[in-house]
Design a protein around this ligand. Structure first.
Ligand SMILES: [Zn+2]
Length: 301
């Protein structure tokens, strides 16, 4: 097949450029035209069926959408079906959306669809301007007529603040999207990982009322060596046993790996190095390793 997430994003952006993205919420007609497709809403589709697509005798395509779904879902479905046409990926709609068993071609079509619904050129400035939190993602989802999950995923992917948007199903991570700052820092949230015991997300799934709090970054990120405390906001949708999580660094900066290394080096090099440092450095080190030292030379044993 040869398609990966990166090439799908590039193809989507090229498609958007060619078709022309206009308006908020984005108009779907130019996309349909560029894909040589038309859409029809059907009232007799099964409740768990979002949409389907088939070729017509004239070489165009007909996209059928479940009329009983919400407007956000219907718009996403149309873009998802356009993805099947443009990427030439066959449908595998036997599995439910967003469950952990969703096949790769379907996830790639979801990615393509999110690009179409929330084009970077329109979405990024709006996301950057909003105050970080699930409430802002709610508002953006409403403005762009996109689902909470698609918008949240795109939000984390777009903004400068180091953050991650995680979708879990039955207590296991299904999808995590991260800002560039977290990707660069290799903050990895493995797929299929259980929600961390200490996380707000695990608590909210268990039915507690708390939805925001602080958590060690190492609880969420795999093999994380930078330390730091994350802010976590969570929403559990018990109806589908889905959990939405937004994670971000309160300092708006990823803790530096160099600082930790430097502290360790100072520790091993001992007093001679310490003597040469000024008081400010002492306090910096104290915060890092928790050991109290006297700044004054005369107090040193
Ligand atoms: Zn599909």
């Amino acid at each position: 097949m040869g398609l990966d997430e990166f090439s799908v994003v590039l193809k989507a952006r090229q498609f958007i450029d060619d078709a022309g993205a206009t308006g908020v919420p984005v108009r779907l007609e130019p996309y349909l035209k560029a894909a040589r497709a038309s859409s029809r809403e059907l009232t007799d589709m099964a409740a768990d069926e979002a949409g389907t697509c088939f070729p017509m005798s004239d070489g165009s395509y007909r996209i059928c959408v479940n009329a009983n779904d919400s407007i956000e879902r219907r718009r996403f479905t149309i873009c998802h079906e356009i993805a099947h046409i443009v990427l030439r990926l066959n449908s595998d709609h036997r599995t439910h959306a967003w469950t952990s068993s969703r096949p790769l071609p379907e996830r790639l079509c979801d990615l393509f669809a999110a690009e179409l619904l929330l084009p970077a050129v329109l979405f990024k400035p709006a996301a950057e301007a909003a105050r970080i939190g699930l409430a802002s993602i709610d508002a953006l989802a409403k403005t762009f007529e996109a689902s909470m999950t698609a918008t949240g995923s795109r939000y984390a992917d777009s903004i400068t603040t180091p953050c991650a948007f995680v979708l879990s199903h039955q207590g296991k991570v299904v999808h995590a999207s991260r800002s560039k700052a977290l990707r660069d820092a290799r903050a990895i949230i493995p797929r299929h990982m259980e929600l961390p015991c200490a996380s707000i997300s695990a608590l909210s799934r268990a039915g507690t009322s708390s939805t925001t709090g602080e958590i060690d970054a190492a609880d969420w990120f795999d093999a994380w060596e930078r330390g730091g405390t994350l802010l976590e906001e969570s929403r559990h949708l018990s109806q589908w046993d889905q959990t939405l999580t937004l994670l971000w660094f309160a300092s708006e900066e990823v803790p530096s790996l160099d600082l930790t290394r430097r502290a360790r080096r100072w520790e091993s090099e001992g007093r001679e190095v310490r003597d040469r440092r000024d008081d400010e450095d002492e306090f910096g080190l104290k915060e890092l390793d928790g050991h109290l030292r006297w700044p004054g030379r005369s107090r040193r044993r």
